[in-house]
Ligand binder design. Structure first.
Ligand code: URA
Length: 240
């Protein structure tokens, strides 16, 4: 890989800043200063230093958390509310959530220290499907379900077509499942409110092919290597 990419992946700086650092002559490759931006390195065998300190690649970790309501999807909260990081306290790496679930939303949330993976998973260009189970106020009629399915007008534009399944309904409330690939802020809540059925409770039950199977509320598990590859492949396949 290119030297600047290596430095960026090691968490030193962005790739552009890393190039600047290389140009300044602060980086040594196997004991010799390099200023050539096209320099390529082998992370397994090469010895890279910045200002005479060894630079090592971070080991990436990927966690699937079953987030309970009452936790904020952030690394810290100015109002002192509990963050999802408090649920993964025994991990000694600086991880952060991949996208977000609202404070009161529960369900599947990924956490990682891999910035490139995060970008792939949340970039609007890549349409990873997310499945939500929502309990909404009132008895939802078939016409309202069709509106959700075809697209709802929100203040930031029409929502893309979605797959909607009715799970149950009575006079007081209805339970529906929504499969969407956009990731706009508070999207499900805004979609349901727009058709006159505000969300009472919301849970993300799937992210791509990942589900909450085997992970109790408040618990987490590590993703397997092949799951990380499959998630990335979903995105690459989507691009073709
Ligand atoms: N849509 C919402 O409205 N809230 C979430 O937390 C996730 C999706």
């Amino acid at each position: 890989m290119r030297l600047a990419k290596y430095l960026a992946q090691a968490g030193i700086a962005s790739r552009r800043q890393a190039e600047e650092i290389i140009r300044m002559g602060r980086v040594k490759l196997n004991g010799l200063i390099v200023t050539e931006l096209a320099t390529r390195v082998n992370p397994k065998t090469d010895h890279i230093e910045l200002d005479d300190r060894i630079v090592e690649l971070q080991q990436h970790i990927y966690i699937l958390l079953n987030k309970p309501p009452g936790y904020i999807s952030a690394v810290n909260d100015p109002w002192g509310r509990p963050t999802v990081l408090e649920l993964v306290k025994d991990i000694n790496k600086r991880i952060y959530p991949v996208g977000r679930l609202d404070y009161d939303t529960e369900g599947l949330l990924l956490l990682t220290n891999d910035g490139e993976f995060t970008n792939l998973m949340i970039h609007p260009r890549y349409k990873i499907e997310k499945k939500y189970a929502a309990c909404v106020a009132g008895k939802i009629e078939n016409t309202a379900l069709r509106t959700l399915q075809n697209g709802v007008y929100l203040e930031d534009g029409m929502t893309a077509p979605a797959q909607i399944h009715l799970l149950s309904r009575d006079d007081k409330s209805s339970r529906i499942e929504l499969l969407i690939h956009e990731g706009r802020k508070r999207q499900v809540k805004r979609m349901c409110a727009a058709i006159g059925h505000p969300v009472i409770s919301l849970k993300r039950v799937a992210f791509g092919f990942l589900t909450l199977k085997g992970v109790e509320l408040g618990n987490y598990r590590y993703l397997q290597e092949n799951e990380v590859h499959r998630l990335k492949a979903l995105v690459l396949y989507d691009e073709i």
